[in-house]
Design a protein around this ligand. Structure first.
Ligand code: 5RP
Length: 221
């Protein structure tokens, strides 16, 4: 068992009968969904709210009942992955390109838990490129502004060399920052740039982190 599988499977302990559960995106969430599907097929009744087309497809294949975000009053708990997390529970998300829907679902959730392998836990954020989701109309303006600021943006592309397009039909610029001194200040700044729909800095937006280790044990932050 690797760290992702250990953390993903452990998260199932947090799910109880009748809950509305936000379902994150990514390879760690895959293991959580697999465990959730086993419980659902054994009779557990929950409603899932997905954060991406990819997760919706998996959940559909595994017969996990779903509702859209617009059709639920609240989400009890969201289980999601992260690309980096620091000791203050700030994180970078969006490596899989689902940051906008992930943040919307996180904000609608009473409680949020991230599941990560131990390699994702860092002292300072920023070695992982920070994704910003931008409107295709004028993305080059945003790119130029980010370059001016020294944020080293790079348009995310598919293996075929086309721009990567998010579920909400936007592009992604990955900012190669190396080091984020003040996540809150950077988040506030990016919140106010015209053309940026959302960014992958999640500041104080999780309540707990389950950290999976390669020997199979799971710790918490
Ligand atoms: C997708 C995300 C993912 O949660 C993040 O990229 C972690 O993915 P993985 O579990 O595959 O490492 O934010 O937008």
């Amino acid at each position: 068992m690797d760290g992702k599988e250990a953390a993903g499977r452990k998260a199932i302990d947090e799910i109880h009968e009748g809950m509305t559960v936000g379902l994150g995106t990514g390879s760690t969430v895959y293991y959580f969904l697999e465990a959730l599907a086993e419980k659902v097929s054994a009779g557990l009744s929950i409603t899932g709210v997905t954060t991406s087309q990819r997760t919706a497809e998996l959940a559909g294949k595994w017969h996990i009942p779903l509702q859209s975000l617009n059709n639920v009053e609240r989400i009890d708990l969201t289980i999601d992955g992260a690309d980096e997390v620091d000791p203050s529970l700030n994180g970078i998300k969006g490596g899989g390109g689902a940051l906008l829907y992930e943040k919307l679902v996180a904000k609608a959730s009473e409680k949020r838990i991230w599941i990560v392998d131990s390699k994702k836990v860092v002292k300072k954020l920023g070695a992982f490129p920070l994704p910003i989701e931008v409107v295709p109309f004028g993305w080059k303006q945003v790119e130029a502004f980010m370059t001016e600021k020294g944020y080293r943006p790079r348009l995310r592309q598919t293996p075929g060399g086309q721009p990567f397009v998010t579920d909400a039909h936007h592009y992604i610029l990955d900012l190669h920052l190396d080091f984020i001194g003040n996540p809150k200040a950077l988040a506030d700044e990016l919140d106010h740039v015209t053309g940026i729909v959302e960014h992958g800095l999640f500041v104080s937006m999780t309540d707990k982190v389950l950290i999976g280790y390669s020997d199979g044990h799971v710790g918490t932050l």
